[in-house]
Design a protein around this ligand. Structure first.
Ligand code: SF4
Ligand code: MSK
Length: 647
């Protein structure tokens, strides 16, 4: 396969050109060689017991039932909800680690760790969500009361998660009526594993309903807890300038890349890398300084809070090593390719694992302990400094491509940017949607996948959306794709339709907003809820002119995210492939019938322009239902008309 078909990213193509003699080193090459399994990709392979694995066929003459009698619908639904379980577990276990550190801080056990409560306003807001009286109490007292309540969200057996009450009332009522309101995070995940065991739940709709409950335990539970408590400990993001793409790596500096998801370690690496003592050590080794950069969602976390440059997204983790100038790559959990361990045998890069949950061959393990975070971070930076002199000059190829960006659009900072300090609100956004300057809002999230042209699907889709006056909110690796393409600077308003461009120019926002990492999809739920509560656009998330998509998804986390978007009332389109396409029954449930249950639904469309127009058509239908589809002429209000306004 021609490498020009691999990626539309300029930096990636610079690397591919330089390595034409070295084949098969990356996921792009392996994907070209390894075709997807035709049974598994359609959801028709079951290996839940040793009478199988059973592979069903969609062909007329093929096998129609597993050995136990399981149908295509049962098998596809079971596989789908197991993906939700894995995704929800990954996000929520990330949240659990953050809460462990929060408890340490709350109980006064974090002295010397470097962690403290940074956002007291958010601490108070979350404590109030949990029914804690905050008036007149010190933040330490509030935190101490809050910590056990946060822990309890994981082990609850009955009742419902506290953040469920953040959703619009109509949505909460719908979840209760449908019996999908999540009770405890761990409980819903474990119940999926039980139900999908051989010979338990065989009803596809019943399985998917429980998958919905577990996905909601992720979006409005584990992920939202991770985001909120990270903000309390590390600060809530505000708009910040940064740069993205492999061009941010510096030949004359010690380059240290952080990759993974948990921001606790990377936060301390930021502090350690800026320590004058560490910089002096780097200079003593002949380097001009220490350059910390990120890959994947760890990149998003430290970009949003500190403006630390982003080296790339998921499919660039191997390419970063191929530049020959990465002195250490520090990984924690999720989305870390096993190939890195082999790749660093051919390059000088030191690969360092830091989580007891994620060890790998070819790496040095340096266990991260929260109570000793700064010391461990300095030891890790030391490893990079020591390795600086081991580069092979013949293998150095640093692409030039890099791009400016503005990131840091938390739900709170969108509020502030739109309305200012004294009148921060979503009113200007709602008004501009109602008057038609902004057609609607799209959440574009998820990964990269070498089964489609890297970054290209995202970039074509996002450009089509903004051209049609749709404001785009992004998270994850897709956000990095748009950043590299120059869509996250205010000047990108030139690519937007006239209405959206006018709004962007007035408030100084780019048409594509970077809202964070994978767990920060919970920020999108909060933004949608804020739009409902602001008024004028219906009384539920499903009424909003809003759609979601994951154009280049690959991980099980994306399926969990998609399902909680759908369960929250959002029309959600996935690209690349969809893992239930072998079952007509499950297709009908997810693409049609589930709309009656959740008022949101799934769609599958790999073509980016068609995907954009599915979303635009949905947004237009919602506008029509709200009665805001007609162009409104500007009305000049005289004094009598003003007096008659009910404000
Ligand atoms: Fe086959 Fe049924 Fe066992 Fe699955 S559970 S492997 S379909 S026999
Ligand atoms: S890192 S889950 S590749 S977005 Fe969150 Fe990127 Fe997808 Fe991993």
């Amino acid at each position: 396969m021609d490498y020009k078909e691999f990626s539309s990213c300029k930096a990636c193509n610079e690397i591919f050109e330089s390595m034409e003699h070295e084949k098969d080193l990356t996921a792009f090459h392996r994907a070209a060689d390894l075709k997807p399994c035709p049974f598994g990709s359609q959801g028709l392979c079951c290996k839940n017991c040793s009478m199988g694995p059973c592979r069903l066929s969609t062909k007329e003459t093929g096998t129609k039932r597993g050995v136990c009698g399981a149908t295509a619908g049962t098998i596809a639904a079971r596989n789908f909800v197991r993906m939700i379980a894995a995704g929800a577990a990954a996000h929520s276990d990330h949240g659990r680690d953050i809460i462990k550190t929060f408890s340490m801080v709350a109980n006064g056990e974090a002295e010397g760790s470097g962690y403290k409560i940074k956002d007291v306003t958010k601490l108070i807001a979350v404590a109030q969500d949990f029914g804690i009286e905050t008036e007149g109490k010190a933040s330490s007292e509030i935190a101490k009361e809050l910590a056990p309540k946060l822990w309890a969200e994981f082990g609850n057996q009955e009742g419902e998660l506290q953040f469920i009450k953040r959703a619009p009332e109509k949505r909460q009522a719908l979840w209760r009526e449908q019996g999908v309101s999540p009770r405890g995070i761990d409980r819903e995940v474990v119940e999926i594993m039980h139900r999908t065991h051989m010979g338990v739940d065989q009803d596809a709709e019943n399985l998917l309903r429980h998958g919905t409950r577990a996905a909601l335990a992720d979006g409005w539970g584990g992920s939202m807890l991770a985001t909120e408590v990270q903000d309390i400990l590390l600060g809530t993001p505000v708009p910040v300038r940064g740069k993205a793409n492999l061009g941010v790596l510096k030949e004359d500096q010690v380059n240290i890349i952080v990759h993974g998801h948990d921001p606790l370690l990377s936060e301390m690496l930021v502090v350690a890398a800026q320590d004058p003592e560490m910089i002096a050590k780097a200079k003593a080794k002949g380097a001009a300084g220490i350059n910390l950069a990120g890959i994947c969602c760890t990149a998003n976390e430290i970009l949003l809070r500190h403006g630390i440059p982003v080296a790339g997204n998921f499919l660039q983790q191997e390419l970063a090593i191929l530049t020959g100038v990465v002195d250490a790559m520090v990984v924690d959990v999720q989305c870390i390719m096993q190939s890195l361990g082999d790749l660093v045998q051919c390059y000088h890069t030191k690969l360092i694992t830091t989580s007891e949950k994620a060890k790998m061959a070819g790496a040095t393990h340096m266990q991260f302990e929260e109570h000793d975070a700064l010391k461990i971070s300095k030891n890790i930076i030391d490893q990079g400094i020591e390795n600086f002199g081991n580069r092979n000059p013949g293998k150095i190829c640093v692409p030039k491509a890099e791009m400016d960006l503005v990131a840091g659009f938390s739900h709170e900072s969108i509020n502030y940017c739109l309305g200012g300090t004294f009148r921060g609100s979503y009113r200007p956004l709602n008004d501009n949607i109602m008057n038609g300057r902004i057609l609607g809002v799209a959440g574009v999230v998820g990964c990269n996948n070498p089964r489609v042209k890297h970054d290209d699907v995202n970039n074509i889709l996002v450009k089509e959306l903004i051209k049609n006056n749709v404001l785009v909110l992004q998270t994850g690796c897709c956000a990095i794709a748009s950043a590299k393409e120059g869509l996250m600077i205010p000047e990108a308003a030139a690519l937007a339709g006239p209405g959206l461009a006018e709004v962007c120019e007035t408030v100084g926002l780019p048409p594509v907003l970077h809202c964070g990492s994978c767990v920060d999809n919970s920020r999108l739920l909060m933004a949608a809820t804020a739009m409902v509560k602001e008024g004028g656009l219906g009384d539920d998330i499903s009424d909003l002119p809003l759609a979601g998509c994951a154009p280049e998804w690959m991980s099980e986390k994306a399926i969990s995210i998609g399902q909680y978007f759908v369960a929250s009332g959002v029309f959600t389109v996935f690209g690349v492939t969809f893992p239930i396409m072998g079952s007509e029954e499950v297709k009908d449930l997810l693409f049609n019938k589930f709309e009656k249950i959740t008022k949101g639904k799934w769609a599958f469309e790999p073509d980016p322009i068609k995907m954009a127009h599915l979303m635009i058509d949905h947004i237009k239908a919602k506008r029509a239902a709200l009665g805001i589809d007609k162009k409104q002429d500007r009305v000049l209000y005289d004094m009598d008309m003003r007096r008659s306004l009910e404000v």
